[in-house]
Design a protein around this ligand. Structure first.
Ligand code: APR
Length: 245
């Protein structure tokens, strides 16, 4: 059993659960994480690939990178961690997913209430007229263009950009109202996303962390479980189902 009896009884007496997820929850689907030993940012520079100025300087290179990530994502499937979170919707009054991920795997796993803080790789928009393009894009010399002539970009929040206001506000409200806030597979170092953990705690939520290794919030969490999300979360579903049966 991974979870303490205190955590299990807290969960059993809870109505509203928020899962706050990062790249680590998709690692077992074969999608690389950003930090740590295997992190993308060890090999590539975010200032060259994940910010607006880099995009204007070299849109073809940025698009090449996102098309590469999209290929990996399209070849991946939701893993048992995503599926376990979707399953939890049958066990609790209200389950909300707040994700930093852009890979659409929570939706493909069947979760219903999902707030995407950093956008979604399936969506794109024109930087000039903000027309959205969510179907396959036409690339001419490496860069898709809008009918108005503007450059089309991925609908992904880059470093230095604001998060989508509605997504963040809904996430903050869910964090402040929930009974348990479960942080899964994130280094919790990117803001304002990580501030939601503190919002939840300040408003009385019980904080559970699931990660392969300690993070900035491990000492702050009410329970920090080290291990793979794809193993721990299905185990949690089983434990709750047993207690409820
Ligand atoms: N199970 C649980 N945790 C895991 C697993 C796993 N199988 N594999 C990796 N992890 C953990 C790592 O230990 C690490 O703490 O997932 C975390 C991934 O951290 P990051 O790579 O920093 O990803 P994330 O926290 O989502 O990054 C936040 O940074 O680059 C930006 O916009 C990008 O949304 C991203 C944001």
């Amino acid at each position: 059993m991974n979870f303490s009896t205190g955590t299990i009884s807290k969960l059993l007496s809870s109505k509203k659960i928020v899962f706050f997820t990062g790249a680590g929850i998709s690692a077992e689907s074969g999608i690389p994480v950003f930090r740590g030993k295997e992190g993308i940012w060890n090999k590539l520079k975010p200032e060259e690939l994940a910010n607006f100025d880099a995009f204007l300087r070299n849109p073809a290179m940025v698009w090449e990178w996102y098309e590469h990530r999209k290929k990996i994502i399209h070849e991946s499937e939701p893993n048992p961690a995503h599926l376990a979170i979707a399953e939890m919707e049958k066990l609790f009054y209200e389950v909300t997913v707040v994700t930093q991920n852009i890979d659409n795997l929570h939706r493909r796993a069947g979760s219903k209430t999902i707030y995407e803080l950093h956008g979604n790789i399936e969506r794109n928009y024109c930087i000039k007229c903000r027309t959205f393009y969510n179907e396959e894009l036409e690339f001419s010399c490496g860069v898709p263009k809008c009918k108005c002539g503007g450059l089309i970009r991925p609908d992904i929040v880059w470093f230095g950009e604001y998060l989508p206001e509605d997504q963040f506000n809904n996430s903050d409200e869910a964090a402040k109202e929930c009974d348990v806030f479960i942080v899964v597979g994130t280094s919790a170092v990117v803001y304002p996303a990580a501030s939601l953990i503190y919002s939840a705690k300040e408003n009385g939520a019980y904080i559970i962390e699931i990660n392969l290794e300690p993070t900035e919030i491990s000492s702050f969490a009410d329970e920090s479980i080290m291990g793979k999300a794809g193993e721990i979360l299905p185990g949690l579903v089983k434990e709750i189902e047993n207690k409820l049966s």
